[in-house]
Design a protein around this ligand. Structure first.
Ligand SMILES: [Mg+2]
Length: 366
């Protein structure tokens, strides 16, 4: 094993990775069909000593090639993460690289502050009842998908709600949201159920929805509306006065960090959802202790790549304070992810160095 100080960045190579879902994933309150997968960008970093690391990139890779020739420790500090702005697109690749060189799992590099096993819910239960548009399958389709994810090892489901925001007449959509939630609870009395409105509700609708499913023991309500203090106070007041233990999860869509911290300090958000990759591992390392001090948990948003679920599980094991991990069912072409095990609703990270995600025959974009 060499020391990080011995390595200079020799090559930054764009890669393309393909995500495949086990089924077509439909609409949510904001967006149309999510399809059956997609192609996305990743990057591999090679050092002059022949060490490699790779990771997913969201946003432009432009500028990252300027780190070639520089010592690894010029752009990366194992204690904090990426230290040079131009290297931020390499956030996950550099963590993989540094942990691989140090011969430890990324979770260990991050401090090993959490458990190696953490609960993981299926984030893939969309408005499947509404498709196909000419012959909608109805609620049975939602239950079929729950059954598939249960069979894959999930014991928790996040149901998309807010059908009346775009896709159904408001009251009919609202009624369907309730019907779906009740049907899943009835079919899975022991499952953890989360709901996510993708900001498709108003504060009043959120409270009304929660009143209608009060006996469903929802684990959390996610992004009921674009977060703002007044609305969240209405929601919090309802939860407290009704004796509900449902948590408020927010901060996924266009997060404003200062505002979120203010809302969290005011006790209005229980779980922070900034994205695994677009917010970034280095940013999560910086903010996690702040959240822990506030008594606020995290659950980094992982949709829509199975790889992001695995990254989130490493963050849970490494940083701690991650309440649960968002599961994205599916596979990534050419990536060997068998070190990660999902069993009985719990995902466990491997002991192997780095992210332990060997990638073979990558199709280079260059
Ligand atoms: Mg969401």
């Amino acid at each position: 094993m060499s020391s990080l100080a011995d390595h200079r960045i020799h090559q930054v190579e764009p890669l393309s990775v393909r995500t495949r879902y086990p089924r077509v994933v439909g609409r949510n309150a904001r967006l149309g069909s999510h399809g059956s997968g997609f192609e996305s960008t990743a990057v591999r970093v090679v050092t002059d000593q022949g060490a490699t690391g790779w990771g997913v990139v969201e946003g432009p890779l432009a500028g990252a090639e300027t780190v070639v020739g520089r010592p690894l420790l010029d752009v990366f500090d194992p204690a904090t993460g990426v230290t040079a702005a131009e290297a931020l697109p390499l956030d996950f690749a550099l963590h993989d690289l540094a942990a691989t060189i140090a011969d430890v799992p990324v979770a260990t590099l991050l401090g090993g502050a959490g458990e190696r096993s953490v609960t993981c819910y299926s984030g893939a239960i969309y408005f499947d009842d509404l498709d196909p548009e000419d012959t909608p399958r109805g609620i049975a389709a939602v239950l079929v998908n729950c059954a598939a994810d249960w069979a894959a090892g999930y014991r928790a489901f996040k149901l998309k709600i807010g059908r009346g925001n775009r896709w159904m007449e408001a009251e009919a959509g609202f009624a369907r949201d309730i019907e779906v939630t009740r049907a899943v609870r009835e079919a899975y009395p022991d499952a953890r159920i989360l709901v996510d409105a993708n900001n498709g509700f108003s504060p009043a609708q959120t409270v009304r929805f929660l009143q209608h499913v009060a006996d469903c023991d929802l684990f959390w309500v996610e992004e009921p509306f674009q977060e703002e203090e007044g609305g969240l106070r209405v929601l919090r007041e309802h939860l407290v006065s009704s004796g509900s233990r449902t948590l408020i999860a927010d901060g996924e869509y266009q997060p404003d960090e200062a505002q979120l911290l203010e809302l969290a300090s005011a006790g209005l958000i229980d779980v922070m959802l900034m994205d695994v990759v677009s917010y970034g591992l280095t940013a999560w390392r910086r903010i996690m202790p702040v959240l822990a001090d506030l008594g606020v948990a995290a659950s980094p948003h992982a949709w829509g790549m199975p790889l992001k679920t695995l990254y989130a599980a490493q963050m849970a094991a490494g940083l701690g304070n991650v309440l649960t991990v968002e599961g994205v069912p599916g596979t990534t072409d050419a990536v060997e992810a068998t070190g990660y095990v999902l069993e009985d609703g719990v995902i466990t990270v491997p002991d192997q160095p780095g992210f332990a995600l060997p990638i073979t025959t990558p199709a280079s974009l260059t």
